[in-house]
Design a protein around this ligand. Sequence first.
Ligand code: NAD
Ligand code: UFG
Length: 673
Amino acid sequence: MTDRYILVTGGAGYIGSHTVIELINNGYKVVIVDNLSNSSYDAVARIEFIVNQHVPFYDIDLRNGDELDKVFKKYDIHGVIHFAALKAVGESTKIPLKYYENNVGGTMSLLEVCSANDVKTIVFSSSATVYGDVTRFGPTKYIPIPETCPTDPTNPYGKTKFVIEQILKDIHTSDNAWQVAILRYFNPIGAHPSGLLGEDPLGIPNNLLPYLAQVAIGRRETLSIFGDDYDSTDGTPIRDYIHVVDLAKGHIAALNYLKKLNDKGLYREWNLGTGKGSTVFQVYKAFCKAVGRELPYKVVGRRQGDVLNLTAKPDRAQQELQWKAELTVEDACRDLWRWTTENPFGFELQDYKWQEFDGLQNRLHTVQNKDLQVTFCNRGALIQDIKVGEQHIVCGFDNAKEYTLETNPYFGTTVGRYANRIKNGEFEIDGTKFQLTQNDGSNTLHAGNNGFDKQNFFGPVVKQKNGKFTLEFKVVDADGTDGFPGTLEAIVKYTIDSLSIEIEYEAKSLDDKPTVVNLTNHSYFNLSGNGTIDGTHIKSSVDQLLELDGAKLPTGNIISKTIPSTISPEVILDDCFVVDKDANAIDTRSKALQTLVEATHPDSNVKIVVSSTEPAFQFYTGDGVNCSQFGKRSGFCVEPSRFVDAVHSDNHKGQAVLKKGDVYGAKIKYEFR
Ligand code: NAD
Ligand code: UFG
């Protein structure tokens, strides 16, 4: 582990995102710079979701040296992995200047900032395309291709890679303290095995597998195979296809190699390929196998610029970097198909947008499904806004700062790891006592001072399938936070249909230590549109509640009571209604959703129905609300959850104590009619 950072340019892109994951898995600290010209912030959100860490990200164009310099000043940068470039061969022949400007110009700007900050370690993404058509030396002399093969790129894109290699060589010659690793990639394919990251080409894909994947998912009709009259076993050209995860690992190997040189400088090229060539037909068949059916294709004429064979001789990387590709074309096809089925449109989702909320790490994510628009923030995985038709029906702040103030009454947030009160801020599991932060008199409320509402969740992973959106947020709550035992991972998954939001909670211990869990959502609903809940009509068949004492803790009695059918100013509630008095399960998700409350208002076009799988719910008329944009009774809450202070109830402990190996689960649904 080192405190120094690796700057990854183009880290939101296809190869960059996979490399960031490998870097973090290998103990490196990473900062990403990417102008998102060919990628999406969602890739960064997903990287964080996979690695369970926040990764600093800057939306900066490399050509903006001043902004780049600020990143170098802010982080102690040890070295750079430089992916950022435009990469479409065909496009480069049409707009060559743009390619030189972006790729060469961007690199020059980067190198100037590196020099100014005394950063002299760089790993550069080059390409097998720099070798050009190696059959110019005869059919076998340079196949497989060694690094010593003469270079002769044949298109502007390849020439930018060649020019950058030369610039780096010249810099090293001028100052041999520079450590320069040139990695020449062959054909990267596949996706992350999690199904969360992959290639997301804009427009019509140029490359074989991305095109074929779009045929398989129904976005394109037929694959065109560019020529079957080459001198290969089946007449189609041969390439060295390498799984993107193997390729990503090659960068770690290169960095480790440079590290071992201590401060000795170097300029050296390595091929990153498998050493095994595959024809177009072989790859086509492997992908059809992964998909489970034959995909339509037709053989058309050769594509201009294609060559017969580009297969790497990867021996140098194997010997010097101790790196070798391990995954097969079949592995890559399987992972690509998983990525494609989970994300049929890549990161390009219609009716989804995100915006910065408060600079680094705080963002708003908005999805629109027909008449329902919902906005989330990664802080607390909170619901900032729900709009049904033209009507906004929850309280939420329009600036990020308000969420951080003491006056914020938990608007829309996920409450955890333990919602509601724990008496005297203490509990016992298996004979061990735990003392929590007491933030509500002598009790603990909503998990103390660092509850989930104060934490920035990882993600979201946003998907759109079968007419629904899903957004998944994740938090990892450290062992000892506010005195709670065990490292707890919690996932909050929202499913947004055209007129409903379903929330699913899942939590488990990452270190096998037992702990306590109680999760809910703290949205404040308002149907009147005029700043008060008074006049709201409520229908609820739940007719029992936990009797609470003056400190809002249970006395142990269950008494009969219903929510009045009209919320008049005299109706002041902050009560825990009981749905199932015998419930004692830690995971309620297999239960049927039960309707808790239906709410309407004479001035509203919307009716809300709240249901859940939970044994209880807190109903709160918001009498304590007192913040800049909202006052007393500006929203009411229905918070499905476990019994208040269940950890101290012999009969209900099982609802809230998460034992080793158990998984906590719950579901809540808001329907709008
Ligand atoms: P990609 O387009 O997915 O990633 C490149 C990233 O760089 C994108 O996120 C883009 O937004 C960013 N970027 C581009 N110009 C920028 C600029 N001026 N400032 C800041 N960010 C900028 O491509 P990829 O497939 O991940 O390729 C990564 C690198 O590997 C590229 O340099 C590419 O030339 C090289 N390469 C790719 C392949 C391949 O087949 N994918 C093969 C050989 C080499
Ligand atoms: N192919 C088809 N149909 C398609 C797309 C491709 O038959 O729709 C064939 C091509 O003719 C070629 C093979 O599939 O024989 C691979 O083609 P790709 O476009 O996927 O990859 P290339 O080998 O042409 O080029 C790739 C990158 C370049 C990089 C080069 C380095 O796109 O940026 O690998 O090896 F320089």
